[in-house]
Design a binder for this molecule. Structure first.
Ligand SMILES: Nc1ncnc2c1ncn2[C@@H]1O[C@H](COP(=O)(O)OP(=O)(O)O)[C@@H](O)[C@H]1O
Ligand SMILES: [Mg+2]
Length: 284
C-alpha cells in the first residue's frame, strides 16, 4: 500500500460523526509525546480546528505544566457524576481545551450509558464543539494503554530515531496486532538531527512494521531536534506560541496542516464513544 492509499484509509475512519479521538502514544518514554500533543493541539486550533487534550499519562502527567493550567478535577470524577465537566475542563494557551484523565480506570469500569449521555450533553453545553480529542498516553506497553489506544479512532505514534525508541514502538504495535485491533496508525519522527536521518529511520520503521506486522503506517512527517522545545517548557509557554518561527514549530505546523487535511466530514462517537469502547474492552 502506498502513502496515498494509507491516507485514504485514514480519511475513511474520519467519516463518522463527532470529534476524532486520537491516542498519542509511544513505546518508550521521553520521545516527546506531551510536547507534540500540546503543540499539535495549538497548531490545529490555529487552523480553526477546535481541539481538546486529555492527559492520560497518569504517572508522569505534565500537560498541565506545559499549559500552565491546573484543573482541580478529572474526567473520572465527571464520569462518576461527582463534579460537572465544567469544573474539570480548562481552556489553556492557544484556545485549546484541556482535561486531566485522573486515575479514571475504576470509573471507566463502572461506566453506564446514562453517564456517557450526560458527558455528551455537558460537552455540548460547554460549547466544546470539538474537531479533535488528543489523548496524551503514557509510555510503555500495558493493558490499560492498549485498551485506550484500541478504543480511540486512531493512533498517533511519536518515535525518535534512536534504536530503542523504534524497537519499543514496534513492540507496542506488535501487541496491538496480536489483539487484531484494526486502527488507523500514523507516526511522527521526532527529534531527528537531520531531515535525512528522519527520512531514513522513518522508511526503515515503516518497512519493518509492514513486513513483520502487516500494518501500513502513515508517515505524518518529522519534527527537528530543536532546543527551543526545552526553552519553551522552561518558560511554560508552548513552542507554537513562544517560538513560532523555530524549526520544530514550523514542522509541527506543517504536520497539523497535513493532518487536518486528511479529514473528510467528521469522526466517530467522540468522547463518550471512546469511553464506551474502553468500558466494553474491560469485559474481554
Ligand atoms: N523536537 C524536539 N527537540 C528537542 N527536544 C525535544 C523535542 N521534543 C521533545 N523534546 C524534549 O524531550 C523531553 C521529553 O519530552 P516530552 O514531551 O515530555 O516526552 P514524553 O511525553 O514522550 O515523555 C523534554 O525535555 C522535551 O523538551
Ligand atoms: Mg509525557
Amino acid at each position: 500500500m502506498d502513502q496515498a492509499e494509507s491516507l485514504r484509509k485514514l480519511a475513511k475512519t474520519k467519516q463518522k460523526k463527532g470529534p476524532t479521538v486520537a491516542a498519542v502514544a509511544s513505546g518508550k518514554g521521553g520521545t516527546g509525546k506531551t510536547s507534540f500533543c500540546v503543540n499539535l493541539a495549538i497548531a490545529l486550533s490555529g487552523l480553526g480546528k477546535s481541539t481538546m487534550i486529555i492527559d492520560a499519562d497518569l504517572g508522569l502527567s505534565n500537560v498541565d505544566v506545559m499549559l500552565d493550567a491546573h484543573p482541580k478535577h478529572n474526567i473520572g470524577e465527571v464520569l462518576q457524576g461527582l463534579v460537572p465537566l465544567s469544573e474539570a475542563v480548562c481552556k489553556g494557551h492557544g484556545g485549546i481545551w484541556y482535561v486531566s484523565g485522573g486515575s479514571g480506570e475504576e470509573a471507566v469500569m463502572r461506566i453506564r450509558r446514562d453517564m456517557l449521555k450526560s458527558l455528551q450533553k455537558q460537552m455540548a453545553e460547554l460549547g466544546a464543539d470539538l474537531d479533535y480529542i488528543l489523548i496524551d498516553c503514557g509510555a510503555g506497553v500495558n493493558e490499560t494503554m492498549l485498551r485506550m489506544i484500541a478504543s480511540a479512532d486512531e493512533c498517533l505514534l511519536v518515535v525518535t530515531p534512536e534504536p530503542t525508541a523504534i524497537t519499543d514502538a514496534f513492540v507496542l504495535l506488535k501487541m496491538l496486532a496480536a489483539r487484531r485491533e484494526k486502527l488507523a496508525i500514523s507516526f511522527v519522527m521526532n527529534r531527528a538531527d537531520t531531515p535525512l536521518e528522519a527520512m531514513t529511520m522513518s522508511r526503515y520503521f515503516k518497512n519493518i512494521v509492514s513486513k513483520y506486522l502487516g500494518f501500513e503506517l502513515y508517515f505524518l512527517g518529522q519534527v527537528a531536534f530543536d532546543k527551543n522545545v526545552v526553552n519553551s517548557i522552561n518558560k511554560q509557554m508552548p513552542l507554537m506560541l513562544s517560538y513560532p518561527n523555530s524549526p520544530a514549530a514550523k514542522d509541527i505546523l506543517r504536520i497539523a496542516g497535513q493532518y487536518a487535511n486528511v479529514e473528510t466530514p467528521r469522526a466517530s462517537g467522540g468522547l463518550s464513544g471512546f469511553f464506551e469502547k474502553i468500558a466494553m474492552r474491560y469485559g474481554k
